[in-house]
Unconditional design. Sequence first.
Lengths: 535, 214
Amino acid sequence: MSRKSPGPPRGGPGTYPTVAAAADVVGRDARRRRSGAHRRRLRLTGLRPRLLFGFAAVAAITAAIITAASYFLIRDALVSRVATNAHTQLIADVQANGAQLQQSGSAQTDTTIAETMAKNGGGVILLITTRGSVASDSRFSNQDITKTFQVAAHDQVVQERKIIGGTPYEVTGTRINPNGPEVYLFTSLESEQAILTELMTIGLASGGLALIGAGGVALLATRNVLVPIRRIGHAARMLGQGDLDVRLEVKGTDEIADVSRTFNETAEALARSMAELRAMDAASRRFVADVSHELRTPLTAMTAVTEVLEDVEDADPTTVSAAHLIANETKRLARLVEDLMEISRFDAGTAAMRIEYINLPELIEATLATRGWTNKVIVNAPSPLPTKIDARRMDVVIANLVGNALKHGGEPVALTVTDDGPFVVIQVADSGPGIPADALPHIFDRFYKADKARGRSEGSGLGLAIAFENARMHGGQISARNRPEGGAVFTLRFPSNAQGVLASEADAVDPDHGAGGDAGTTDSGPYGRTQGVSV
Amino acid sequence: MAIELALTRQGHQVATAATGEEALELWQSQRPELVVLDVMLPGIDGFEICRRIRRTDQVPIILLTARSDDIDVVVGLESGADDYVVKPVQPRVLDARIRAVLRRHGNGVPDAGDTAVFGDLVVDRAAMTVTRAGEPISLTPTELKLLVELSRRPGQALSRQQLLRLVWDHDYLGDSRLVDACVQRLRAKVELVPSEPQLIRTVRGIGYRLDPPR
């Protein structure tokens, strides 16, 4: 039944801005999530690793210095004690057994003497005589004495440290007489070595413990610093997102407490100035509402009697035209005040939705017919198109869009309804000059008039703003653009199932619901009268 | 004042009262064909007057309400008003509503010898009377008209919009709460158990239907 629209393409490009806007929102969300993850990721340049590294370095260096110093000190002390003892021992041995050794004539005796000396002194004795070398322990021989050491031992007692068979020894040596037998004492440093090894182990262990301790302290310190910093960061983000009630707990007297206090004061000041701005805004809105309300009472009375003025025909022409002017302007003023009150209801949030089951094409037909536009608008709509909307508000939206198109655009005006799944798209296209590019962003602003020259047009200048708010209440939106082939097109997109209290279900209880398959027996439903729209 | 002037120009005879008390006195003494009632009245408010009139009389009542006070509409219709007009009043709209309500009162063109029977409920569309088990039921013109329109299409669901056009002469964008409120009042009078209606059924998402009881 619907007549084909000759002009504008259906659906298509008109849906663009909405889709693009949705994609933009998704993109922004994803970016926010990504940046959040970035914020939480452990950064190598962050405060925590830096502090951790610093503390660990201090602990490691300290432990290393202490261990090294004590190692060298203790080693020197131990070695020099051993050396002194060995020195004393050797001299005592030589004094005790020197004479006997000089008289010895055989290797056999030498060995016996060496063993005796070794027994007294707690070491290994190596004797080098003209007969050769004997040792109290067979593992040792004159091979273990270097030539230089032997030469040095000729006229004094000399000592050197030497590793023989993997064990360190303090070698003390001397010659009893010039050209006499040489005596060498090998004192094992094994126990000293063990002590030093143990010291090293203890040093390493305590160093490790110090590292762990330092790490713990570093983590604790960073925690103490980072947790408040993170809290401040979080609070700052909340503040940025508009939560002006966010405050920080001020603990202690440190720098972080200072920052927290400053933050709280800033947030307080911000909240105060926001509240002041809001109060001023609310006051000015309330003023508009009050003024409109006060204006309405006398205007109601005046509009009720404008017909009297319109019927003035028998007076002189000046009076007649004056009367008609007053009648028309009074009506216009009344409309303006009504629009202002409607806007102030939106601002105050007191505008209520009354959702009903509505066959949209039928509503459009009624909207156009009521205003005598039926022959001026080419409607292209599927039939039927059941929706759940506020009939009065949708009527206002469509009437404003079509009225705007007729007034500023010019005929023919094409109204196209597209069923887009959960959404309904209504496009109103005109054949006028289109909307100036600089006016496009402001077209839905209150009292904005694209055509300044036509400052005193019939409208209140609130029509599109009211249409926009009404669309928003339906969970929809209106966008405006110019068609490439000329003329402006307004696209209204709203969910076909508007959210809100369903009027019929809210007002009337439904006691016999489900009384048994009775809904199916209805042949003539709510849309039984007119299927679709023919214009 | 302004409404009085406008209605007089439309050819009505108008008597006005400034307060609720005056209105009740005026109604008693003048017995008007129709009452136009502003909700905001000094003294007894419009709803209370509506209720008091309804106790004894089925005279048509049209309420004047402000659109911002949506609850007024609901309360007003519950207290028994036949129709309402939102302020600021356009005289032509008010006049059209008045004439529509009066048409209902004047019973329009009676259907010759037409009687519908739903169980023990008898709707005599010629005499414009409704009886239940022989006992006459007193209905306001609007309630009667609604019942008659439903009884003309037994078993057929009528949408709220259709009923608004048929009964109230409203255009497409009429307030469907008029229908709901009137159905509630009608049920209270004709149903045996108004909370469990057997005659006037709700058709969910559509409207109402008059069924012969099973």
